[in-house]
Ligand binder design. Structure first.
Ligand code: R5P
Length: 323
């Protein structure tokens, strides 16, 4: 990707949990990655500061809000930048934790996604870029610009050749993901079939499958979801599809939390491949041969280039940007 960014006017940071991804972005944009000085005190409180001045600079921070520590580090760091006179602070959070708490599903529950929005805004974030929000309406929880970018673009880009040989049916593992599955299918090719698993939630991280809308018999399938957490939802869907006659089954999800490890995928004969992004900084501990990572790096680099040069984010949705 060709970049026209003046290294003297931009400051790029990677918070501790996404520093490797930030290094790749800096390299691709041919700009420096500025170091963050971090002190951890005896009581585990932290102090973070930029290693160089940010006065009147456009600042971009790459991070992933996938833990409480990461959230606190981000809030403190943004506060430091605001007080150090950065001209603007854009946060690129590859994953926005608490997005599944987007409403009061029952009495006395918090709305975590709204609270995160308030915390980020109060700290001083001016713009937010994130990927595949669990619910796109979360953009409205913010009074600053939010771009909810789509990993399906790099995903589709990497699958197009394979699709020509294999001909996939796109499957949503639940009703909530039907629009996501439809959009993904349309991106691959206009006449691709979709199917929807009829899933019922039976408790936190628990569900059962009661049927399928569509047909997968003798078809290769890609089951697409936003999040793999324990893996329960998507693995159950894969096993159900296999039982009713699907051929090869790929799983695809932007955010691979893998909170119960990878064995569940390795042990299932229904699953051929698991495609995820690097939105969660756990890539180093992935030890499953079935898992393939399709990086967000090119999209993030392109988004920074677009924002810095005041172009349109819709330019991002062109496969040319991903080459
Ligand atoms: C739920 O609505 C989400 O889209 C995911 O399907 C869910 O978070 C996956 O969780 P798990 O992997 O624990 O089943």
């Amino acid at each position: 990707m060709s970049s026209r960014i003046d290294n003297n006017k931009i400051i790029l940071f990677g918070l501790s949990n996404q520093v490797s991804l930030a290094k790749l972005v800096a390299k691709s944009l041919k700009i420096d990655l500025t170091e963050i000085e971090k002190t951890v005190f005896a009581d585990k409180e932290i102090l973070v500061r930029s290693s160089k001045t940010v006065r009147n600079k456009k600042v971009y921070i790459i991070c992933s809000i996938n833990s409480h520590d990461a959230l606190m580090e981000l809030l403190l760091f943004v506060d430091s930048l605001k007080r150090a006179s950065a001209s603007s602070i854009m946060v690129i959070s590859t994953y926005l934790g608490y997005s599944r708490q987007d409403r009061k599903a029952s009495q006395r529950e918090p709305i975590g996604a709204k609270l995160i929005a308030r915390l980020l805004e109060i700290s001083g974030v001016n713009k937010l870029i994130t990927f595949d929000l669990h619910n796109p309406s979360i953009q409205g929880f913010y009074d600053i610009p939010v771009d909810d970018l789509r990993w399906v673009y790099p995903l589709t880009h990497s699958l197009i050749k394979e699709e020509k040989k294999m001909k996939f049916t796109i499957v949503s593992p639940d009703h909530g993901g039907a629009v996501r599955a439809r959009k993904f299918a349309e991106l691959i090719t206009k006449d691709i079939d979709i199917a929807i698993v009829d899933k019922r939630r039976t408790g936190p991280n628990k569900s059962e499958i009661v049927g399928l809308l569509g047909d997968v018999k003798n078809k290769n399938c890609i089951i697409i979801d936003d999040i793999i957490d324990t893996g329960g939802t998507i693995v159950k869907a894969a096993e159900y599809l296999k039982k009713i006659g699907a051929k090869q089954i790929y799983l695809a999800a932007t955010h691979g939390l893998f909170s119960k490890g990878f064995e569940i995928f390795d042990e299932s004969n229904a699953i051929d491949k698991v495609l995820i992004s690097d939105s969660i900084p756990n890539v180093d501990r992935i030890n499953s041969k079935k898992i393939e990572i399709i990086s967000l790096q090119k999209m993030i680099s392109a988004a920074i280039d677009i924002d810095f040069n005041s172009k349109s984010m819709s330019d991002l949705y062109s496969f040319k940007k991903l080459n």
